[in-house]
Design a protein. Structure first.
Lengths: 254, 469
């Protein structure tokens, strides 16, 4: 486990895109253990692209620059290898996979990540405790992965996987969008549980910023045109919510 | 880069292995189909006279019938190179201990004796042309259930029953390989479930074709009498050879009034096999016929289990999956003929094609004018794993009444990269992620199988998928 304050993720002048299209434009971002970063920006600015580029989506190619995670250059690593190094991302729209239950899937992943199977008793105990925090009906553990889950249950299932897999760097991609007030509170509870010891790092991509209310945000970045045009403290969120992105968009265009 | 073909070969060892055999322990007829060979087989088996005549009659039909002019190419099958009859000189046993060593080892590696102990009411095991083992649990036998090889049943008290049912549903005039089957058939099982008897754990016959360049022509005849209930499982495999092998079995199923039969198949023939198999069922009033079919192996398959809904309110359900990989052209599907009022049929097929494999789902629904208020639904889902493979759907419908409810849907798709990436982001390797998605696609079929067979099917999918990487 990395010590608090050491650099976990270093995105160095990354230019990336899908096919011919460039979306990220020489972007720099450094995240240390224990920190919570928030990425905000107008639609199409490249927020999700940044998340998927860090996670290793085959849809996005890094054209220039490097991504370093804990001294390892991961720019060319596949997503499963990045996951094994400790990176996790919650998806906006998780895929439905019939034929494997949520519980079996998580056990399978833990086995893959750690190289050894987890004891069923220990596993079930943990799973139940986390499902309680997330106010998930325990029957979901025995349902096929995401199949027929409501939008809210899918998001909770993502947070459940995060808690169970226990990564070090987590990218939350619009986890709070499409959720009602109670569900946001519950999901925030799960995220708080995750960061309580200060040995994790979060990169939160958010539109509504509802999820940030319950967290101590260290840095807020404004992403426009594939670049971070402004970095501030957690307070910047309030400014943006009050004033919008207009004054940053001009900066991004130059 | 790892050698891809090597991985496939190593992984297939579960089916491809072969124990040392001594040729002098075997009786093998000359290759080709001639009157002399048919006479020899009949003599070997000590057929009753009617059967000998029937075989010769079938041979005549075979000689004047052409190969169907539709469907996959069978030009690689030269009947002059096929030995129609190969048997070990040992007699059929009812105790595994008495089965010859290399044959026993073969079935043990395939897990048959273990399955018998754990989850089956009875087992038949055929090696090349003859049954080498047949056994039925005592408590099941006591209910009057008969489960034996067709040859001995034909000479005993069931001779009349066999005579009135044998190749009546599938007449030798049906097609060229039905005629061939009638001429050289050997082995297979005879099952009779008496009125009202419900067999609550399955019976299984396992067919292993071990000899190179041979044909297997087993005949399965099952009669489920009024109100009775049976689940029958059939498994098949063979080691791989560089010469063509032929499987032209025949399955005839009689489901009486209020009876129910489920017939499950996991077929994993090696990829030098021509699988030209014929399966047919007739269902009487209120009877239920269920087919569960997993086709993984063979070079070429023609396989369309057919159901005749003969009695009012009878039902049939077909759930099938076909997996075609490199060098495979699998033409599978189902047929149903609604002949009586209020009959119902449901066909649900899944097809997976990869590495240039061709999967064709061919279905036929006939509702004749007497079959008023009948319902038929056909659905076919295909998953193509790359751009060089093919999936086709050929549905035929012939509806002769206005009072019928008929539906058809077909979907063809690919594995989404996004789904693979999603699973990989949870630490799962790409090959495993793909296998997981394919297993998920096949899930509706696995669910229909008893647990051990569902596991076997999933293993087969993993095997096929990992050979890809």
């Amino acid at each position: 486990m990395a010590e608090k304050g050491t650099v976990l993720l270093d995105v160095k002048r990354v230019t990336a895109g899908a096919g011919e299209k460039t979306i990220l434009n020489g972007l720099n971002l450094k995240i240390k253990t224990g920190e919570i970063h928030v990425i905000m920006g107008p639609n199409g600015a490249g927020k999700s692209t940044l998340g998927h580029t860090i996670m290793g989506s085959p849809e996005y190619k890094v054209q220039k620059g490097h991504i370093v995670y804990k001294d390892t250059d991961i720019t060319k690593l596949s997503a499963d290898k990045r996951a094994k190094l400790g990176i996790f991302m919650t998806f906006q729209d998780p895929i439905e996979v019939p034929g494997i239950t949520l519980s079996a899937f998580i056990r399978n992943s833990i086995h893959e990540m750690t190289g050894k199977p987890i004891k069923i008793g220990e596993f079930n105990k943990k799973l139940s405790a986390y499902m309680d925090i997330l106010k998930m009906d325990h029957s979901y553990a025995q349902r096929d992965l995401n199949v027929g889950f409501s939008g809210g249950e899918k998001k909770k299932a993502e947070i459940l996987q995060m808690l169970m897999l226990n990564p070090e760097l987590v990218i939350l991609d619009e986890t709070d969008s499409g959720l009602d007030v109670d569900a946001v509170r519950t999901v925030s509870e799960g995220v708080r549980e995750f960061v309580k010891n200060g040995d994790k790092a979060l990169l939160i991509i958010t539109h509504t910023t509802k999820i940030t209310e319950a967290l101590n945000v260290d840095y807020t970045h404004v992403l426009v045109g594939g670049k971070i045009v402004k970095t501030g403290s957690g307070k910047l969120i309030d400014d943006i919510n009050a004033e919008g992105f207009d004054k940053y968009i001009k900066v991004g265009e130059n | 880069m790892p050698d891809k073909s090597k991985i496939v070969e190593t992984d297939r060892s579960l089916y491809d292995f072969r124990y040392e055999e001594n040729a002098k322990d075997y009786h093998r007829e000359k290759s080709g189909i001639t009157r002399e060979i048919v006479e020899n087989i009949s003599k070997e088996k000590d057929d009753p006279e009617w059967m000998r005549e029937f075989r010769l009659h079938c041979l005549e039909i075979y000689n004047r019938t052409d190969m169907p002019d539709w469907g996959p190419d069978t030009s690689g099958l030269d009947m002059n190179q096929i030995a129609a009859y190969v048997r070990h000189k040992a007699k059929m046993q009812s105790d595994w201990e008495d089965v010859p060593e290399e044959i026993k080892n073969t079935f043990e590696r395939l897990g048959i004796p273990q399955a018998e102990r754990l989850s089956l009411a009875g087992v038949g095991a055929q090696y090349d042309s003859e049954l080498v083992y047949h056994n039925l649990r005592k408590e099941v036998a006591e209910t009057g259930v008969v489960y034996t090889d067709l040859e001995s049943a034909m000479k005993g008290e069931y001779e009349e029953m066999i005579k009135t049912h044998f190749m009546k549903l599938v007449p030798p005039t049906d097609h060229r390989y039905a005629a061939l089957h009638g001429a050289v058939w050997s082995g297979g099982s005879f099952v009779y479930v008496p009125k009202g008897v419900k067999v609550d754990i399955p019976l299984q016959s396992y067919f292993r074709l071990n000899a190179a360049g041979a044909g297997q022509f087993e005949h399965t005849l099952i009669i489920v009498d009024e109100g009775a209930d049976l689940h029958f499982i059939e498994g098949c495999s063979a080691p791989k050879y560089n010469v063509a092998n032929l499987h032209a079995g025949c399955v005839e199923l009689y489901v009486a009034k209020n009876a129910k039969l489920r017939y499950s198949t996991i077929e994993n023939w090696s990829k030098n096999m021509y699988n030209l198999n014929t399966k047919r069922a007739i269902v009487e009033e209120n009877g239920i016929m269920e087919w569960v079919s997993g086709s993984f192996g063979s070079h070429v398959s023609y396989l369309y289990p057919t159901t005749i809904l003969h009695g009012a309110n009878s039902k049939m359900e077909y759930t099938g999956i076909t997996f075609s990989g490199a060098g495979q052209d699998l033409d599978t599907g189902a047929k149903v003929i609604h002949q009586a009022p209020n009959t119902t049929s449901v066909m649900a097929s899944k097809s997976i094609a990869k590495d240039g494999g061709i999967g064709t789902f061919r279905s036929s629904v006939v509702i004749n004018s007497k079959a008023v208020n009948s319902k038929a639904s056909v659905s076919c889902d295909s998953l193509m794993l790359d751009s060089i493979s093919r999936a086709d759907t050929i549905p035929a419908m012939d509806i002769r009444t206005d009072k019928a409810d008929v539906g058809h849907e077909a979907r063809i798709g690919r594995i989404s990269d996004e789904a693979v990436y999603y699973l990989m982001s949870r630490g799962i390797k790409e090959a495993d992620a793909r296998a997981l998605i394919v297993s998920g696609f096949a899930d509706s079929v696995s669910k229909e199988l008893p647990l051990e067979y569902a596991v076997e099917m999933n293993n087969l999918i993993k095997l096929e998928m990992n050979g890809n990487m």
